[in-house]
Design a protein around this ligand. Structure first.
Ligand code: F0G
Length: 340
């Protein structure tokens, strides 16, 4: 049986109308997995929302199926976004699905290999900007004002509509949830989760985490030259700044910073101890929980926003090396059974 996409599943909660064109790649309905070792370490019941299990390997598919469906309905011929990689991969996939042209602008040399491969494979025009994400977004906004191109960054309200469904799924799987740990970059996702929880009348603590070198919301000012190993959240001027600040305030939550070392430690911990492989930006949610603790929350979900396979280069830098071996049983035995 084919998987029902999230627009169909949550049709009554979304501003689509009967007969609207609907694009789906089977997004949403991602696993929520208990994390026993993490729970023990932080002294709370912690679950991991595996958003890397979406069709293009990140949570972006939730918002993108909605935004590109709406673009098709509006008669758009092309969609465009600025991206640190995942939005680009998702936009490229759904644009293809909808028979539209896709163009993406990414900071040159600063997006993970898997995301670049995806965008190119799906046939998008990939523009490598000699600049950062914030500059790419400003240029994209300007271009979409000049030309009839649908902007599918999270400034597009359809993106938030699709992404809020993750909150609905969490409430179905974990009705007593009272804390959400989430990485924050352009701040669309945390805004969407809060919208989803509010629509269901459910309060909880929102704990957002930014990378220390790219933490404008924490510092309360734009970061001109954001830096972090977590390239997905290398953003200095989030588009959903005000909404995110309001969400943290209204939820009695907080937005705080985690260093690259803390992010990478959580990244290795999740892969090596929980068996869950996410990308570095996603691990910021767990790094923050490990660093600051659960506060008053007792039942927590950490949003693991993207799959570990997105970023093989960081993975190989953070893991052990392979064991070279001659093709004899003695050599294999020595390596498998031997001491070191
Ligand atoms: N985690 C991952 C893996 C991401 O790709 C992003 C954002 C975030 C977290 C932060 O989400 O921006 O809604 O606060 N990636 C965007 C992109 C910016 O272009 O792929 P946010």
């Amino acid at each position: 049986m084919s998987r029902v996409g999230l627009i169909e599943r949550f049709f009554d909660d979304l501003p689509f109308e009967a007969g609207d064109p609907i694009l789906t790649l089977g997004e949403g309905s991602t696993p929520l997995v208990h994390a026993p070792r993490l729970s023990e370490r932080v002294g709370a019941e912690v679950h991991l929302k595996l958003e890397g299990m979406n069709p293009t390997g990140s949570f972006k598919d939730r918002g993108m199926c909605a935004a590109v469906s709406a673009a098709v309905k509006d008669g758009a011929k092309a969609v465009m976004c600025a991206s640190t990689g995942n939005t680009a991969a998702s936009a490229a996939a759904y644009a293809t699905r909808g028979g539209l042209t896709g163009a993406v602008i990414v900071p040159s040399g600063k997006i993970a290999t898997g995301k670049l491969a995806q965008s190119l494979m799906h046939g998008a025009k990939v523009i490598a900007l000699d600049g950062n994400f914030d500059q790419a977004l400003a240029l994209t906004r300007e271009l979409c004002e000049r030309h009839p191109i649908a902007l599918v960054n999270s400034v597009n309200p359809w993106r938030l509509e699709g992404q809020k469904t993750a909150a609905f799924e969490l409430l179905e799987d974990l009705p007593t949830i009272d804390g959400l740990c989430i990485p924050v970059g352009n701040a669309g996702n945390v805004t969407a989760y809060w919208k989803g929880f509010q629509e269901r009348g459910h309060d909880l603590y929102l704990y957002g985490f930014q990378a220390a070198g790219s933490a404008p919301l924490v510092e309360g000012k734009v970061v001109e030259n954001p830096e972090t190993v977590a390239s997905a959240i290398r953003i200095g001027n989030p588009a959903r700044w005000e909404e995110a600040v309001a969400a943290f305030r209204d939820s009695r939550g907080l937005v705080r910073a985690v260093t690259d070392d803390e992010i990478l430690a959580a990244y290795r911990f999740l892969a090596g101890e929980e068996g869950v492989f996410c990308e570095p930006a996603s691990a910021a949610s767990v790094a923050g929980l490990l660093k600051y603790g659960p506060g008053d929350a007792t039942t927590i979900a950490c949003v693991l926003t993207g799959h570990g396979l997105k970023d093989p280069d960081n993975a190989l830098r953070q893991s052990g090396s392979v064991l070279p071996c001659k093709p004899t049983i003695e050599a294999v035995e020595a390596l498998v059974i031997g001491e070191s």
